[in-house]
Ligand binder design. Structure first.
Ligand code: AKB
Length: 320
């Protein structure tokens, strides 16, 4: 299968590339960044700007993918700092991908949406069809992307499907998300022995460990269309408070100093998101089931974060 991955250099794309190659897919990567040093040789890397339709058209025309995994996006916290660029990347970028798919006959678009599509006034457990009233540029562009993709499916017959990701945790350096505090407890906990989270200790949102998230992408992408009752699915795993994450880190890194000092802007974003997701539709339609709870994730993650910090790719701490 030929797969084009947009945003291939981001948190999810970086981890998905080797999995796709491992199962025998032919992969082209499209990203604003140049080819990273760790990118496997078999990947065809195209540096380009998702907001520029001719550049998106060129890569789709040349590579002729069967599926596009559209991951390019500007996340919630960064999106509030550069809202016009967030609109261009998330909105125009998604339209460019859908248009290229229509023009060049791509069969499936896989879209990554987010818990940020939800907004204030949510029930305790948030199902797929709770009203979408996001408070961020990221959230509102993702809502519009969900709707635009469904329109392309209805109008042009492109198979459009995707998931709403919770905050994702992996051995990588995240960038621009409001959920990043969780990963920084592990990364900076190991790297510097301390981290001050920008949220209150009792803050609680849904999270997922990256191996589960990648498996969800592949399982939903491969599911027969006839099994699906909707385009976009909530997927859930764990919903720890920030303090519970800190405790999981403390019990594994003796002496680590994890504290909390809430930043009002990011706290307000976080407080508008669900605490717990209902993913019954994903479980019923395509057999979704997460594997990693907080303890299992922490055991698996810490050695990988250690290896990352030891490698040149650990980089400098990203201001959180
Ligand atoms: C963010 O924090 O913006 C993202 C998300 C929850 O979609 N990680």
């Amino acid at each position: 299968m030929k797969i084009l991955l947009t945003g291939a250099g981001g948190q999810v794309g970086t981890d998905l590339l080797p999995l796709l190659l491992g199962r025998g897919d032919e992969v082209a990567a499209f990203d604003i960044a140049p080819r990273p040093a760790h990118c496997p040789d078999a990947v065809q890397w195209v540096q380009g700007d998702i907001t520029q339709a001719p550049e998106v058209n060129d890569v789709v025309r040349a590579f002729q993918p069967d599926r596009i995994f559209h991951f390019a996006a500007i996340l919630s916290a960064k999106g509030e700092q550069i809202p016009h660029r967030a609109w261009a990347v998330n909105m125009d970028g998604t339209r460019n991908v859908l248009e290229a798919a229509r023009q060049f006959g791509v069969a499936q678009i896989f879209y990554t949406s987010t818990i940020a599509v939800f907004g204030d006034g949510l029930p305790d457990v948030v199902g797929d069809d709770v009203p979408l009233q996001p408070t961020t540029m990221y959230g509102l562009t993702k809502v519009a992307g969900e709707l635009l993709g469904a329109w392309y499916q209805q109008t042009y017959g492109i198979d459009f499907r995707g998931v709403r990701f919770p905050g994702l945790i992996n051995a990588g350096i995240p960038g621009g998300g409001t959920s990043d505090y969780a990963l920084f407890m592990y990364v900076d906990g190991l790297r510097t022995g301390a981290y001050e989270s920008f949220v209150e200790a009792d803050s609680k949102i849904p999270f997922m460990y990256m191996p589960d998230a990648l498996r969800a992408v592949l399982e939903l992408s491969d599911a027969p269309r006839s099994a699906l009752t909707r385009n976009i699915y909530n997927i859930a795993a764990i919903s720890p408070t920030a303090e519970e994450i800190a405790d999981a880190v403390r019990s594994r890194i003796p002496g680590v100093n994890l504290t909390f000092k809430s930043d009002p802007v990011r706290q307000a974003i976080l407080d508008s998101w669900p605490e717990v997701l209902d993913d019954a539709n994903a479980r019923a339609d395509w057999g979704w089931a997460h594997e990693f709870d907080l303890e299992k994730m922490s055991d698996d993650l810490l050695p990988k974060v250690k290896a990352l910090i030891g490698s040149s790719e650990g980089g400098e701490p990203v201001p959180a």
